[in-house]
Design a binder for this molecule. Sequence first.
Ligand SMILES: [Zn+2]
Length: 260
Amino acid sequence: MRKNINSEKNLISIELGSQAKGFISFLSEDSSINNVIKDFRYGYFRASSFFKKKIPKVKLTLVYSREEMNNLIGYKTPSWYVGSADSSSKIFMLSPSVFDRESDHSKRDFRKVLCHEICHLFIRQIHNSYEPVWLEEGLAYYVAGQKSRLKNSNPIFNNPKALFLIDTRNRWNKTIGSQPDVPYALAFLLVDFLIRCYSKDRVIKLLMSLEGRYNKKRFCQKFRKVYGKDIKLILKEFFSRQNIKQKGGEKYVSRTQENI
Ligand SMILES: [Zn+2]
C-alpha cells in the first residue's frame, strides 16, 4: 500500500499582510523551507500589487518527487513541469531541494515559477476560466518576470494566425507537443507588447470583460471593444515589431517587471 506522504508533512502558516495568510505543507527535513517562505511572500506581494487584490488564503504544498507530483496531478507530467495552481487557491510545487534532481529547471527558477503559479490564483479571481490560455499564461509569465527563450527567427513570427494555435487548452497542448518552447514565449511576448503599448489596465479590463466559455469569435468582439481596434491589426503590429527586432532594426527590450 502506498504511504500517504501528506500525513507526514508539517504545516506552517505565514502572514501575507493584513487580510491574507499563506500555508505551506513540507517535510521537516527540507532545509530550503526558510527560502521558500521568503519566495512565497515575494511572489504573493508582487502579484497582489500588480492585480491590486488580495487572496485571503493560499496553500502551497511542496512536492518531493516526480512520482508524487504525478499522483497529485493525476497524469504523467513532463520533466519541465514543476508546479501548478488549482481553482481553490492551492498550489503544488516541487521543493527547491529536489528541483535539480526531479526537473530540467534550475532551483534558481523556483521563486519566479512560484510567483507565476500565485498569479494564476489572482487571474482566476478576475476571470474564472483558463481560456484563452495565451492571455492567462502570458500574464503570469509577465508578472513573475520570466524571460522568453524564443528566438526571433522562429517561424512562428511569420504566422499571423499563431495566436489561434494557443488559445484553447487543446490547441495549446498540441502546440506544446510539437514545439515545446513556443507557447509560453509567444504568450509572454504578446502580453508584454500589449502592456507596453496599450497599458496594463487595458489587459485587466479585457480579462474582466471575458465571461463564460471561450469562443474565438466572441473573444475577438470583446477585444475590439476594449482596444478599439481589430485584434488582427494589433497582431500585425506585434508581428512586424518582432520581425524588425529580428533584423536588428529596433531596440526592443523586453520588460521583465523587476519593479512592479
Ligand atoms: Zn502557468
